[in-house]
Design a protein around this ligand. Structure first.
Ligand code: ZN
Length: 284
C-alpha cells in the first residue's frame, strides 16, 4: 500500500473525472466531495502509518491551521470565484476583444490547463520564496514545525489569492472552459491535499513526477538551499525544466521542518491573526 498509494490515488481521480464528465455530473460538487474524503482519509492514515509519530501531536498550532483552513474555504474561495471572472471580463474589454470558449475536446483542454496552471503556480510559489515582501506572506505556510494533513490549508489569504490568480487566470484568458479547470482540480486536489500529510508513503519513481509527501518534505526543510526546491503544485515537471528539482531520498528522521534561521523574527508561534497582521511589519 505504501508503494502504490500515490499511483492508485491519481488513477482513481482520473477514473472519477472520466465518469463524472460522461454522466454530466456537477464537477464543482464532485470536487468538494473528493476534497472532503481525501482530508478524512489523510487524517486516518496518519494514525495508521505515520512518517514521524511526534508530528501527530498538537503543539498548539492546530488552532492556527484550522483558522486558516476555515478562512480560505469560507472567505477567500468565494472572493476568488467572483474576482477571477471579473478580471477576465475586464481584460477582454480593455483590448476590445470578444471572448470565445475553446472548442477542443474536454480532456485535451484538461491537459493544456494542467500544464498552464502548474506553470503559473510554480512561478508564483518560486517568486514567494525569492521576493522578500512575498516571502513575508508565504512564511505563514512554512512556519509550521510539523507536517500533517491540514498544513496544506495554512496560507496567508493574500498568498492563496495570488497563487490562484497567477495559476488559473491564464487558462481562463485563453478560453479554456470552467469545467476543464474543475477537471484539473479533481485530478490533482487529492494528491495536493495528501502532500503535507504525515504518512510514510514510499512512492518510488512517482516521486519524480508528482509532488508527493517525500518530495515536498524537502521543500519545508529549515535549510534554505533544500527548501528552495520542489516548488511544483501537483507535478514536478517545471522543477525539472527550471532546475529546482530535488530527489526525495535522504529526508531522515532527524531533519527539521519550519522557517529558515534568517526568518526567525517571523511570529511563527503567535495566533493566526497576529501572523496575518505581520504583513504590515517590515521584513526582518
Ligand atoms: Zn514554499
Amino acid at each position: 500500500m505504501k508503494r502504490f498509494f500515490v499511483i492508485v490515488l491519481v488513477s482513481l481521480s482520473g477514473t472519477l473525472l472520466f465518469i463524472a464528465n460522461e454522466q454530466g455530473f456537477d464537477l464543482e460538487a464532485i470536487l468538494v466531495i473528493v476534497s472532503a474524503i481525501t482530508l478524512v482519509l489523510a487524517f486516518v492514515l496518519e494514525k495508521k502509518m505515520p512518517f514521524r509519530t511526534a508530528w501527530n501531536n498538537n503543539t498548539g498550532d492546530l488552532k492556527t491551521d484550522l483558522s486558516s483552513a476555515v478562512t480560505l474555504v469560507i472567505l477567500v474561495e468565494p472572493v476568488i470565484k467572483i474576482l477571477l471572472p471579473l478580471l477576465i471580463i475586464t481584460a477582454y474589454q480593455n483590448v476590445n476583444a470578444e471572448y470565445s470558449e475553446s472548442s477542443l475536446p474536454f480532456f485535451v483542454q484538461v491537459l493544456f490547463v494542467t500544464f498552464l496552471v502548474e506553470f503559473g503556480k510554480y512561478w508564483s510559489h518560486r517568486l514567494h520564496h525569492l521576493q522578500p515582501s512575498l516571502w513575508w506572506l508565504h512564511a505563514m505556510h512554512h512556519s509550521s514545525e510539523r507536517l500533517y494533513f491540514i498544513n496544506n490549508l495554512r496560507f496567508h489569504p493574500l498568498n492563496y489569492l495570488i497563487n490562484s490568480i497567477i495559476g488559473i487566470a491564464p487558462a481562463m484568458l485563453l478560453g479554456f472552459s470552467a469545467n476543464s479547470i474543475l477537471g484539473y482540480l479533481i485530478l490533482t486536489q487529492p494528491l495536493v491535499l495528501m502532500q503535507h500529510a504525515n504518512i510514510d508513503f514510499k512512492s518510488g519513481w512517482a516521486n519524480y513526477i508528482f509532488s508527493t509527501n517525500e518530495a515536498h518534505r524537502w521543500h519545508h526543510s529549515i535549510i534554505s538551499s533544500e527548501a528552495n526546491r520542489n516548488y511544483g503544485n501537483a507535478l514536478l515537471i517545471w522543477d525539472h525544466v527550471f532546475g529546482t528539482f530535488k530527489a526525495p531520498d535522504g529526508f531522515t528522521q532527524e531533519k527539521r521542518v519550519g522557517l529558515f534561521s534568517s526568518s526567525s523574527c517571523y511570529p511563527a508561534n503567535s495566533s493566526y491573526w497576529q501572523q496575518i497582521k505581520s504583513m504590515f511589519v517590515p521584513p526582518c
